[in-house]
Design a protein around this ligand. Structure first.
Ligand code: GUN
Length: 292
């Protein structure tokens, strides 16, 4: 069994990006600038955005964090997005999800200039992805593709089962694994809360990608020998004995499933750090496109 180590791989990617940024600086060019908008005080979202901003600093990007209160109206957020769309200094920006109830998420995502949509959530970019056109691929699915590629995991002709149909992970993942090329050329089954006999389906899978947020959902009896297991679940479980008051766990019963898997991602240290590295990669891509 081989651990797909997202920590090491994301560090490799960050080092590659750092070198490119250094070259930009040496030539006197503007470095990539990422902005992140966060509305409200959700602890997990603040942690994620903090990590994204820190990662920008690590590789030499400029970054801007825009914090807005939980009571922000849709109009106020749309005004902020317009400012970021029009600010020539900003190469790409993200609006951290989830948003407070009073705000229509789809309306917000559609307001982001697709050329600055480094999350790849705008319908134009999602459509471009589905049509194999160059675009910003959403960071988490992009990170999974990168892990599969760098570890040379065979995907051609394999049966990939995706669990969860979220717009951020499951849905794009199901499209990407079925595309032509590598990693891709897979036969994909997209499962969700209405899927019947899920064990029957997962136990036929060569590759399983779980993005549910249900700790320990994927058990050893649901997995065939030598399957590739990608765990996208990140759940905070309260635990007073820990310094932070919680620990992070995935969708996979890791200890049992690892005995059967050929490759497996740990949580933490698997897909999570890859997401951040790929957001940086998309921001670099945005800068390069704006230069052209
Ligand atoms: N919330 C959970 N994952 C993501 C992500 O990749 N981007 C944004 N903007 N919000 C998220």
């Amino acid at each position: 069994m081989i651990i797909l180590d997202g920590k090491i791989t994301s560090n490799d990617i960050k080092n590659e990006i750092t070198e490119i940024v250094q070259e930009m600086k040496n030539k006197g060019e503007k470095v990539p600038h990422l902005a992140a908008v966060i509305v409200g005080n959700d602890g997990a979202s603040l942690t994620y955005v903090g990590s994204k901003v820190r990662a920008c600093e690590q590789v030499g990007f400029e970054s801007t964090m825009v914090r807005m209160p939980n009571t922000t109206s849709e109009t106020e957020l749309l005004r902020e997005i317009k400012k970021l769309n029009e600010n020539p200094d900003i190469d790409g920006f993200i609006v951290q999800l989830p948003l407070p109830k009073q705000i229509d998420t789809q309306k917000i995502l559609m307001a982001v200039n697709p050329d600055k949509d480094v999350d790849g959530f705008h319908p134009t970019n999602f459509g471009r992805m589905a049509l194999d056109m160059s675009t910003f691929i959403p960071a988490t699915p992009f990170g999974i593709l990168e892990l599969l590629e760098r570890y040379n995991v065979e995907t051609k002709g394999k049966h990939t089962v995706v669990i969860g149909r979220s717009h951020i992970v499951g849905r794009p993942m199901s499209i990407l694994m079925g595309r032509k090329g590598f990693p891709g050329n897979s036969t994909v089954t997209l499962t969700h809360s209405h899927t019947k006999n899920i064990t029957q389906i997962t136990s036929q899978a060569d590759i399983i990608i779980t993005a549910l947020g249900v700790p320990g959902f994927l058990k050893a009896e649901m997995v065939k020998d030598d399957a590739v297991i990608i765990d996208v679940g990140i759940t905070r479980v309260p635990d007073e004995t820990r310094e932070r008051g919680y620990y992070i766990t995935g969708d996979v019963d890791f200890e049992a499933v690892k005995e059967k898997a050929s490759f497996i991602t740990p949580v933490p240290g698997g897909v999570g750090p890859m997401t951040i590295a790929m957001l940086l990669k998309n921001t670099l891509l945005a800068r390069e496109r704006h230069r052209e």
